[in-house]
Design a binder for this molecule. Structure first.
Ligand code: ZN
Length: 74
C-alpha cells in the first residue's frame, strides 16, 4: 500500500526536501523578539525516478515561536 503510493508520487514528480544546514541570521522576530535562524534546504524534483532539478533555498524562521519569516528576508 505504502509502496504503491510512493510510486504514484514519483510519477507526478514529487519534491523531496533536505535540510543542508542552519545558521544564525541577523535580526529578530517581529512577534516575540527572539533570534532568527536561517535554514538552507535543498529540494530535489524527480520524475520517473530520475533527478530533474536540484534547487537550494534559504528559509528563515524564529527559534522560539517557529514563525516563518520568508516574506521579511527574501
Ligand atoms: Zn518569534
Amino acid at each position: 500500500m505504502a509502496a504503491a503510493m510512493g510510486a504514484v508520487r514519483v510519477l507526478c514528480g514529487a519534491e523531496k526536501e533536505r535540510v543542508v544546514g542552519t545558521h544564525k541570521a541577523p535580526g529578530a522576530c517581529p512577534r516575540c523578539g527572539s533570534a532568527v535562524v536561517a535554514v538552507d534546504v535543498e529540494s530535489e524534483r524527480r520524475i520517473l525516478g530520475l533527478p530533474l532539478c536540484l534547487k537550494s533555498k534559504r528559509k528563515y524562521s524564529c527559534t522560539r515561536c517557529f514563525r516563518r519569516l520568508v516574506t521579511l528576508y527574501s
